[in-house]
Ligand binder design. Sequence first.
Ligand SMILES: C[S@@+](CC[C@H](N)C(=O)[O-])C[C@H]1O[C@@H](n2cnc3c(N)ncnc32)[C@H](O)[C@@H]1O
Length: 264
Amino acid sequence: MKYNNLNIKEWKKSDINVDSLWLIDQREKSGKHSNIYHGNFIPQIPNQLIRRYTREGEIVLDPFLGSGTTLYECENLNRNFIGFDVNEKIFNFVENQMQDQSNIEYEIRITDVSNQAEFQSSMDSSLKSLRADKVQFLLMHPPYLDIIKFTENKADLSQISDAALFLAKMMDVTTNCLSFLEKDRYFSVVIGDVYKNGEVIPLSSLLINEIKSKFKVKLKGIVVKNIAGNRGKQGTGGIWKYRALNSDYFIFKHEYILVFKKMF
Ligand SMILES: C[S@@+](CC[C@H](N)C(=O)[O-])C[C@H]1O[C@@H](n2cnc3c(N)ncnc32)[C@H](O)[C@@H]1O
């Protein structure tokens, strides 16, 4: 089955990055991408994944919509879209961004994606209006535990400070989402590790283990992506360098793009 529109004959000219290390220094800022949401990802991440793992006209599901980065890339790349979030403020921002006529079909809703009944109902209405019963790609960019608190909403995963609880909630979200992903298609999780109580909590590895042990999936890639310039706190220039050097830890300069294939 061909799951993208890439022309393999043109492989030498392709700008699809097949390396496991992505060093991207400039955030794409064109079009609707405005970088107003602390905790968003750079548009190049959804752009690469959507072009690699979907065909034009297929549906991308993003259960952590945030400021709409994946949605705007779907518009740029002619893919249809379903997205959810619990943050009403950022949801309204995305709705405003989408006021003009769109070239794609999309559905966005305020939904707690860890709640099975709520998620099911939002998916049913969204898929109905897109006249579909499954999606072809799933891109999850959850909070990295409580490192950035997005809302005061109790359903917000960024309210959780305990790693085991966070992983359990992420498994609920993944179960919900995977039930709507077509078999033999791909999904991706973008996540960073965190530092808590004097040690690294490797959220990325913990999540890989949970996902691999719970679902029949194949892990296709662990891509390490640099974090450049977008979080003052993580720069090595200022007070954080002093603090790290004066202590025993390292400053996070990377996050992960995990890619899985759903085999069931
Ligand atoms: C890391 S951000 C996603 C940023 C997005 N990729 C972007 O570029 O703007 C995580 C998002 O998950 C949302 N979120 C947290 N818990 C949620 C839940 N239970 N259901 C739906 N959305 C949730 C937060 O409100 C936040 O907007």
